[in-house]
Design a protein around this ligand. Sequence first.
Ligand code: AHM
Ligand code: MG
Length: 338
Amino acid sequence: MVHRLVTVERHLMDQERLFPEATGEFSSLMSDIAIAGKVVSREVNKAGLVEILGLTGYENVQGESVQKLDEYADQVFVQSLIRSGHICIMATEEREYAVHVPEGFKIGKYALTVDPLDGSSNIDANVSIGTIFGIHRKISPGIDGSEEDYLQPGWKLAAAGYIIYGSSTMMVYTTGNGVHAFTLDPSIGEFLLCNEDVKMPVKGRIYSCNEGNYRFWSEGTKKYIDYLKEMDPASDRPYTARYIGSLVADFHRNLLFGGIFLYPVDKKNPRKPRGKLRLLYEAQPLAMIAVEAGGAAIDGLVDILDIVPEELHQRVPLIIGSKYDVELYRSFIKKYDT
Ligand code: AHM
Ligand code: MG
C-alpha cells in the first residue's frame, strides 16, 4: 500500500494556510533551508569517499579546530540563504560576525542563526552529526538587519529546526504549531513526512551527559546524576546512560524515546565557565522544539527560552528533554546550589 506522501514543502504550504496573512516568504525560507540540508547531506554521505575529511589547519572563533565539512556546510548555508531575499541577517557558529545581505539583493524579514554542522568532532568516526537553525522575525528599524534581530529571547522564535545526518537524513521543524519530522528519500531527493506532531514522553529513562566532567560539576548536578543511578521505581532499574557527544543526535534520540540531555555549567573548569553550548544556534532552537513537543529546557534554573541573549556566540548551560526529568534537575539545583 502506498501512503500519502507529504513533502516538507507541501507540509509548510498546508501550515501556511492556517495564517491567511502569510505571504509565502517564510515557507520559501524553510524550503531553502531544506535544500541546503540536502546538499550538506550529500557531502556528508560521500565524505568517506573523497579527500574531504580532516582538519583545515586553523581554528574558528571558538578556538576549536575547523574541519573541512564544517566549512563546506557553513558555505552552503550562507551562500544559498544570504541572497534568497528572505533574510535580513544571518549568523553561524563558524563566523565571528553576522553576515549581512550583499548590496543589490533583496533584504527579507527574518534573521537566521545556524550551527551548520554540529558535532563535527564525530565526523571522522562516521557518527551522526547535524545542522541546527533558529529563525527570528526582523524587529530592527530600517531596511538592513542588525544584531537586534538575532539577539532576541527564544520565546520570540518564529521557527526552529534541525537536520540530522545519520543512518538516514531527517529534518525536524516547528513553527510553534507542533513538531514535525521528515525523512530524506535519497532516490527522489525529497524530505517526506514520517512523524507529525511529535510528542516527547513526559518522563524518560535515559540520561545523556559527558560524565568525564563530573569533578567540575556543582553539588546539585552531581547529586542529580547520582540519584539517576539509583533504582527508578517507574522501571525498576536505574536510568540508562547514552552519550553520543553530538547534540543533535543525543537530542533526537531523547525527543523520540524520552530522557534528559545535560551540558551543565562546569564551575571549576576555566575553559567552560558558562557551559559549552551556544545559546543562539544550539540551545534556543532545540529548546523551542523540546517545549513544543511537551518537554522542557533550562540552564539549571531559568528556562532557556526566557534568556535574553547578550552576544552572538554566548555559551549557556543546557539541560533539555522530558519535562519530568528537567523539572527534577531544576529542583536539585534549587536545593543544593542556591
Ligand atoms: P561543536 O558545535 O563544536 O560541534 O560542539 C558542540 C558539541 C555538541 O554536539 C555536543 O553535545 C558537545 O559538543 C559535546 O561536547 P563534549 O565533547 O565536551 O562532551
Ligand atoms: Mg555546534
